[in-house]
Each structure stands twice: as structure tokens, then as C-alpha cells.
Design a protein around this ligand. Structure first.
Ligand SMILES: NC(=O)c1ccc[n+]([C@@H]2O[C@H](COP(=O)([O-])OP(=O)(O)OC[C@H]3O[C@@H](n4cnc5c(N)ncnc54)[C@H](O)[C@@H]3O)[C@@H](O)[C@H]2O)c1
Length: 346
């Protein structure tokens, strides 16, 4: 049976949840709640039931599930109140602002025996899925380096995301997605974390960052987020012992170049303006194979399908507490590294 859902926060992301809920095979949209009366009016103008207080949502016995899509600093209290009222909860990312706060939320879920998870929707992005597929298949050998970049040129949004008190900044906003994706590809055996923050258009919170993770096996992941890049670098770049994979842009397919023969008898040197190089000479079809990888199939509503199946005891939740805690600890280590200007042992 469909679960009755209320979306708390009817802003940008709340509207997204509402639009998906209206077409869902697993949830039935019961309504929304927003502190802003204009959002209440907007919902009502669209025929969506708008609760007049959060208490009304919590006291509604028909509500099975609450999705929380409000500014980051408020997640913890609103989520714990929902769990204590016996509701299952999906919380938008970042689930909260520190490991200590997250532990309180997890404790509330366990105490009330409710399902609680964070909306890591970018586990359904096909660029990430393609990279994970290439990584897991072993087709380019053991991976020793992966780079994930998202770069725009419009600065940090001028809303609460630009303000520290609301949990603004790009590590919390985009970093959480990119850290989670890398965790899904590389696992959790991180040994060191090093991070630098950008403050190009905003001095209060990070408007970009460069984060390096070093793993127990010495392999590396590099995550870069920029909001002042008028030319963007490739979305993903991955190096394995027998090839390289690249995604230039999240609309594009992955390209793979695989090494067939390591040695070449006659390397034609590249002639640059000031000299010759054999080391950097490009390869040709004699020694490498080049191909594209089809975009993997993906349906972001599988997140809700999994969540509802977990409520019914028919699945285990996709984004686990261990995942949530790991992502949070990496973000904390990144902030600490940036503050101290040091590599942090993880
Ligand atoms: N997963 C994603 O892809 C994704 C994308 C965008 C935003 N988000 C997350 O969604 C959350 C909301 O972001 P947004 O872009 O929708 O912000 P927004 O500013 O567009 O909307 C937030 C809404 O919450 C309302 N609100 C604030 N406090 C409230 C409270 N205590 N109770 C009820 N309503 C309240 C505001 O009035 C506003 O309508 C953030 O945590 C953000 O990080 C996730």
C-alpha cells in the first residue's frame, strides 16, 4: 500500500519532491508544510493540502512518512520531532552539520524504531553510475586515481546557502553529494584528508573547495567544486593500471582508452614550439583501444521505492547510518584540514 507523505519545506527541493510524489507508485502526497505563508498559498492554489502548523503534521495519524527539505541548520530538530511523533523520515542532504548532531538523529530513529535516511539522490546520476560501473568491472585495471569535478560560473546562490548560520557553503551543498559518490565507488578506507576552501565571491562560507582523499592502498580521490569557473574541467577522470576513463560533461557518455600494448617500437615524437618529446607522444590504435560506455539505466524514484520497501521490512535502506556517518566525518575532516592548513589523519 502507498505510504502517506508530507513534504516539509515547499521551496526549490520540496517542490521537486512534491512533483515526484504526485506521480509516484509508492507514496501518496498528503500535503506540505512550510513556515512561509506564501508557500502555503502557492500549494493551496495548486490543490495541494497545506498544513497550518508542524504540530498538525505530527498529530496526523495518517502520515507515514515525512520528507524534510528546509535549510540545513534546521534539519536536526525537525527530523527528531518527526521521529518522536512516530513518523518515518527522509531528510534532505546534508543530513545535518556535525557527527554529534547526526548521532542524536540516529538515536531518535532507533529509539522510535522508525526508518530514517538522507536523500542521496545523486547516487542515481548516470555519470557517477558509469564511472562506478567502469571501476567495478575492472576493465581498466586497478584504479589508482579518480577525480570528480563540478564547476559552474555563477557564484554561490545568494540565498541561505551563502550564510554560515543556515549551514551554507559548498561543502555542505555539493560536497556531500560528491563525497558520497566517491565513497560508493572507492569504499571507506580513507587514511588522509586534505582540503582547501575557496572564498572568491563569498567570504562567509566556502564557495568552492579542493578535497583530496588518500586511501589505505595509497590510491587517491580528488574532489573539486567551483562556482567561478568560466571554463569547466571534465566531470570525471579515472586512471587504472590498464587505461583511463573520462566523462567531459554530465550530459556525455564515458570514454575509455585501454592499453593493448605497453611498448611501442617507433614512437613518433611530438614537436612543440620549443622542443621534442617522446614521453608525451600520443598513442594510436596499434597500442590502445578507444570506446564509449552506454549511459547506465537509472530511475531516481527508486530511492523512494527502497525507502517504502524498508518501512515494510522488504528491503534494507539504501543510504545506511554508516554511510551517513562516513560522509559527515569526511566533511568534518575537510573543514578541519582547511582551517589548520594540514593533512588530517582519518
Ligand atoms: N538533493 C538535492 O539534489 C538537493 C537540491 C537542492 C536542495 N537540497 C536540500 O534541500 C533543502 C532545502 O533546500 P532548497 O533549495 O529547497 O531551499 P529553499 O530555500 O528553496 O526552500 C526551503 C523552504 O523551507 C521553508 N522552511 C524554512 N524553515 C522551515 C521550517 N522550520 N518548517 C517548514 N518550512 C521551513 C522555507 O520557507 C522555504 O520555502 C536543503 O537541505 C538543501 O541542501 C537538496
Amino acid at each position: 500500500m502507498k505510504k502517506n507523505l508530507v513534504v516539509v519545506g515547499y521551496g526549490g527541493m520540496g517542490s521537486w519532491h512534491v512533483a515526484h510524489a504526485l506521480e509516484s507508485d509508492v507514496v501518496n502526497l498528503k500535503g506540505i508544510y512550510d513556515i512561509d505563508p506564501k508557500k502555503t498559498e502557492l500549494a493551496r492554489s495548486k490543490g495541494i493540502y497545506a498544513y497550518s502548523s508542524y504540530e498538525e503534521v505530527l498529530n496526523d495519524k495518517d502520515v507515514d512518512l515525512i520528507t524534510v527539505a528546509i535549510p540545513n541548520d534546521q534539519h536536526k530538530d525537525v527530523v527528531i520531532a518527526a521521529l518522536d511523533a512516530g513518523k518515518n523520515v527522509i531528510c534532505e542532504k546534508p543530513v545535518t552539520l556535525s557527527t554529534a548532531l547526526l548521532e542524536d538523529m540516529i538515536a531518535a530513529a532507533k529509539k522510535n524504531n522508525k526508518v530514517f535516511s538522507v536523500h542521496q539522490n545523486r547516487r542515481f546520476d548516470v555519470d557517477y553510475l558509469a564511472m562506478k560501473q567502469i571501476h567495478d568491472s575492472g576493465e581498466i585495471g586497478k584504479i589508482f586515481n579518480i577525480e570528480s569535478r563540478v564547476q559552474g560560473s555563477r557564484g554561490i546562490p545568494s540565498d541561505w546557502r551563502g550564510m554560515k548560520q543556515y549551514g551554507g557553503g559548498m561543502i555542505y551543498d555539493w560536497g556531500i553529494h560528491l563525497i558520497d559518490q566517491i565513497m560508493m565507488i572507492k569504499g571507506k578506507n580513507v587514511k588522509y584528508v586534505y582540503c582547501r576552501l575557496d572564498n572568491i565571491t563569498n567570504k562567509e562560507v566556502d564557495d568552492g573547495f579542493k578535497l583530496e582523499l588518500i586511501y589505505d592502498d595509497e590510491s587517491r580521490a580528488y574532489i573539486e567544486l567551483g562556482t567561478y569557473n568560466f571554463i569547466a574541467m571534465p566531470r570525471f577522470y579515472m586512471q587504472g593500471m590498464s587505461g583511463t576513463a573520462l566523462i567531459t560533461d554530465w550530459r556525455e557518455k564515458a570514454k575509455v582508452t585501454k592499453c593493448k600494448y605497453w611498448h611501442e617500437s617507433d614512437v613518433v615524437p611530438v614537436e612543440t614550439a620549443a622542443g621534442l618529446t617522446k614521453t608525451m607522444a600520443p598513442r594510436d590504435s596499434v597500442t590502445v583501444d578507444e570506446y564509449e560506455v552506454e549511459k547506465p539505466a537509472s530511475n531516481v524514484h527508486d530511492y523512494y521505492r527502497n525507502f517504502c520497501a524498508t518501512i515494510d521490512g522488504k528491503a534494507t535502506q539504501l543510504v545506511t547510518y554508516e554511510d551517513m556517518l562516513f560522509d559527515m566525518k569526511v566533511m568534518e575532516a575537510a573543514f578541519k584540514s582547511a582551517e589548520l592548513g594540514q593533512v588530517i589523519e582519518f
